[in-house]
Structure formats: C-alpha cells, structure tokens
Design a binder for this molecule. Sequence first.
Ligand code: 4AZ
Length: 545
Amino acid sequence: MQRYAGRGRPFGGLRLRTYAAACAAIAVAGISLSPVAGSAAEQSSTRRDIEPRVTNGLPAVAGDFPWYVALLFTSGSDFFQRQFCGGTVVAPKVVVTAAHCVDDLREVDVLYGTDLLDGSGTLVRSSSITVHPAWDPLASRNDIAVVKLSRSIPTAGVTLAGHDNEGSWEPGDRAKVVGFGCNNVNAGGSCLSYPHDLWRASLPLRSDSTCNGVFGGVFDPQTMLCAGTASPVGATAPDTCQGDSGGPLTTTGPGGAPILVGVVSWGYGCSVLPGVYARVATYEPWLAQFGLGDAGGGYWLAASDGGIFSFGDADFHGSTGGVPLVDPVVAMAPTPTRRGYWLAASDGGIFSFGDARFHGSTGGVSLVAPIVDMSPSPGGGGYWLAASDGGIFAFGDAEFHGSAARIALRMPIVTLASTAGGQGYWLAAADGGIFSFGDAQFFGSTGGIVLDQPVVDMAPTSDGRGYWLCAADGGVFAFGSARYHGSTGGMTLDRPIVDFTPTPTGGGYWLTARDGGVFAFGDAGYHGSTGGMVLDQPIVAAAAS
Ligand code: 4AZ
C-alpha cells in the first residue's frame, strides 16, 4: 500500500485491503512485527546509494522478460508515476494480472518492450478487464484478473501452469520474479524507494505446510502458493514488494520456456516473510475462455488491383478496388495500431488508408527497376520501398541504411523487412540470398541451396534474432530463433504462394496463395480466405491484424 504514497496518486482502498489480509495473517500466526514507515529523506536516496534489494534482487538484463508488462494508469505525469502493477503476456492480446490491481479500474494502459520507466516502450490500451468472479478482497483469495488488449503485443506469451505441468515443480525449486516494484525496504519491510529499471530475483517455492505454518489459516493452498525466505531480522531476503503485484512468478519448462505458476498477490511487508502468489494452475479452466491458443485474430489480403479482403478481427479501412491503377499493387503493410494500412504499387505509388499517413512515394520518379515490397518504420512515421534491383527508398522517419543497388544480383530482390527498432533491414532475393543492412543480423540463407521454386517472401521474428524465408511452393526455411511450424512444400497447390505472415507470437504463420487461399500453421487461426471466390485480380500480399 505504500506503493501509492511513493509513486502516483494517493489511493488507499485497494492496497489497504491487501494489507489488512496480511496483518490478519500475522495475527493468526501469532507473530508480532510492526513495519516502520520510511521517511521522505530515505525515499529520495538514489539506487546507487542503497543496497541492491524486486527487493534484494538484481536489475533485469535488458530484453530477458519480453513478456513482462507494466500496468499504468491511463493518465498521470509520466510512466514512472503512472506505473502501479505488473502483468504477464499469455497470448498476444491477453495479459494476466492480480484482481486487486484492477478491481476498481475500467481501463488501464499496458506498457511493453522496455526495462525502463523512462518513457521508452510501447503502450496498449486495455479493451476489457475481467476480474475473477470469486475474487475475495478480504481473504485475498482468487487474486487473478485478465486484461484484454486492443491490439497485439508482438512476443511469445508465457505458458500457464495447469494440470499438464503443475507437477513440474517441488518445494525448494527456484522460481523467478520480476517487477518495477519497491527495491529498497527498511528492516521492518516498509518500502523506501522505487526503481526506474526492472528488477528480478530468484526465490525458493515453498510447500503448502510451510506457508500454512507462516500464515496460519489465512493461507489458502487452493488459491495461493508462497515463495521466498523468512528473514525477520534485517529484511535481507529477496522478495516481491509494493508495485510488483500482478507480476509473474515463473518456473522454467522444457527448453527453457517460462511457465507462469504464480501472480504476485500479497505479503507481510517485504523481505520479512515469504510472499504470497495466486496459484495459476487452479485457474486453468477459467483462463481457457480467453482464447489463449489462437494467436492471430485476423488478416487482410490485398489484390493487385488494390482490392482488400478482411478476415477475422481485421477491419476494412478502404481500398483502391474501384480506382483504375496504372501499375499493380505489389505490397501492403498495416500501421502499428492496425487501424490503417498502406498499399504500394510497382511504380512506387503509395495509397494510405485509415490512420496510415502518406510520407512520400516514388510515384513521379522514373525507376530503373520496379518496386517489389514496402515496410513501415516501427512507429509508422515512415516507410521503406525496395526495388527489384535492391534499390531502397526511405520516406518519413525511415532511415536509409544501405542498399543492394550496386551489387550484381544473380536473382532479383523480392522482399524487404525492417528490424523491430527500424535501425536496419533485410532484403531477400528470389534465390533466397539475404542482404542485411544496419543492425539487421545475418542468420543464414538458402543462397547456396538449389530451390525448386523461387523465394517469394521473408519475415523476421519479433525478437529480431531470426527470420523465415518462404518459397512459391510454400516451402518454409527457418533461420536463427525462427521456428518451423509446417509448410505446403509437399502439397500440390493450385496457385503459388505469394505471402508469408507470422503470427504476433511467432508460434505460427499463414501462407497465402495467389488465389487468396490461406494455409494456417502453428498457432495461426484460420479466419477464411478468397480461395473459393472468383477474383478479378490475383492476391499479392497479406498482413496480420
Ligand atoms: C503489494 O502490496 C505487495 N512481499 C506485493 C507482494 C508482497 C507484499 C506486498 C510480498 O503489492
């Protein structure tokens, strides 16, 4: 509860309830400990001055927790002031947090893609908040809630503990916690200061009988688990603290993938007794309703006359379908909000729809080689166009990082993809050769392999540590961190594949054929296709909504 006094608006009720439960627990257990409040002078100490204490943890390594999000109030002076809880991405548009974080809020902003509360990262507004129907604020039972998002977070979600893996941990095993919560407490467990950077710690998971012994009847093994170490003198044990609520407690599954076993819920102060977590495995049936398995909610298909076909949750924002075009549309790209898109024609003409802005085009320029692809910059404030000779045209805030225009190419360039930060891009040639510019790294290519069919598309993974190449027969080649989820390589296709689009998680992808047939692999949901329709013009591009 000191969370709100230390940062953000004064706000009593929610924390007081949590704290009341904790105090009741202590009374039941018969321990008497009185937290000491930190003074204003103590709160102003910088991190360098204090003992590294999540509390008594360590700063997180940048990018190690891409699925960690901070919950922010929708208004406030800056991200540091607005942050009040944590959460875990479990599907592109689904965040799990604590009920006590959001039970009196109608909407929140979710911050992802940063380890700093310095204004970096990306905000997504919630589209709905669902608190567990049996949330009991007095007993702190069923302290779990789901925040659904208005658009996807481009990272692989954490696996939820459930009946498949609940047995995967034993008391004494270690679990990780991470958060922007208090990282400095006094000997009584009261918060002295909050960090601007993400902190982490490793904690031992405790048996139900140990937790019962510590907290008495207030510990409910059905809905809670506890982790951490009792250190009544000195408050030196690693622990979660105010501001970490709603955040993850994870174990490590096969292959190193994180499993969400707990949600930071309550405790007696910080670093004094083990912390208490909502027991995620209990909520497997309840969480199933949020559609966790289906990563991609929809997609657009674009035809060469600029006709747009929307499927699933993809909204239609307009098309050039009715306008006679001199040159065919060759590429389409959605804006970061997915509330608009650009179409690019082979002469470099650009058509903007919805919230997509026009930043310039090569429409009036006579080109040596036709435009074959486009890629927006990360914020949508610009875009790159790539020509078949490897020429690159940068518009708006998209920076030029080099081109393949002066390289003698064996095969033409067919596609362009920028890195997540926009500080580089890859070009792929029809023989699968890859050219990397700026901070785009090379992870391998099919350049040396003789392919049955030419490469038609490529897409990077969301972590930027790999990419897929896709050939006209639907053969998929995965490099670096990109995973293979299947292909149409062995199938006889009516029409060649023209587009490869990964889901936001990278756990699957769609292959789209020239007749608009859509093939979904991995966690990509099938939402329909133009496969059965008679099209005036072929499909040339697709994009995930
Ligand atoms: C809180 O108020 C809180 N030491 C979270 C975790 C713990 C205590 C308090 C556990 O957000």
